[in-house]
Design a protein around this ligand. Sequence first.
Ligand code: ASP
Length: 359
Amino acid sequence: MTRASARRHVVVLHTGGTLGMERDATGAFAPRAGALQRALAHLPELDDPRLPTIRLEEFDELLDSSDVRPREWQRMADRVAAAFAGTGPDGPGPIARPADGVVVLHGTDTMAYSASALAFLLDGLPGPVVLTGSQLPLVEVRSDARDNLVTSLLLAATPGWAEVAIYLGGGLLRGCRATKVSTHGFDAFASPNLPPLADVGVDVAWRDGLVRPPARGPLRVGRLADVGVVALRLFPGITADTLRNVLRDPVRGLVLETYGSGNAPSRDPELLAVLRDAVERGVVVVNVSQCLRGAVRMGAYAAGRALAEVGVVSGGDMTAEAALTKLLVLLSRGADAAAVADAMARDLAGERSPEPDAA
Ligand code: ASP
């Protein structure tokens, strides 16, 4: 076998984001169709046999990730599944070479949401899905784009692991553990409650026993439904009325971003009554902390226990992004509120650590 025929194969799905942007007439970065292909044509390293072969697919409309919605998460999940199956972007048709891994080019602003949504939508991945982007476009003279792209291709071509991850600026992070923490740093993401899957420096140092292995069974893709899921960050002075407005029908799930270890105002009975009413109506309310590190422990303070008493579910150490997308995926399955609440408290895709007292 020649060296070239042993090259692994990666599908690159371009959804938009800074990496493939160009400056518009005002000097602002904006997505433009064809810009990425033009830039890639000037990257000789893509012909290097040490890199996988690639097939580039693009969203019809390239997006700043601020415009990505659940319907794009579904589109991404479907196209990732098609890439692994080798069925091409438009469903069964001319059989393309099945991918060994997928790289999703995506803006960093909402990348953690998309990575989390994909982690919950794609059940039984046969290979890695690496989301990457950059803080500066590939066409700029000084840019983090080239390294992020080349390294992501190598990571997506690495056998033996299969999960949705984010690579940017030296860290390979589990997607449903990551959150964007910097508007300007090349290492824009952190994974506050789980170490990186790998530190990528001179060598790629994989964390032993952390990455998830390829699934043995078939890849199943979840379907998102039009269910109302919202997030609300508590702030001092929040009123029961504000909360009532947020929880109006047809909202079915709320991610409540609370203080510290899961605390909320406990001296406002009306506020707690609004939450209790919502839970009794079948709304699933999940408690995640505004703190980056650590977990919700609703029994630690009376102000947290009050939430547990009205039926709020602990989000443990999940990121707000993971909690929101998980809630949407679970509610989309049509299960009842109790089953969804139960599943929210369990680890499904590596998104939450075991509760200390449950260990
Ligand atoms: N606004 C851009 C986006 O998220 C920022 C980036 O690409 O990093 O699409």
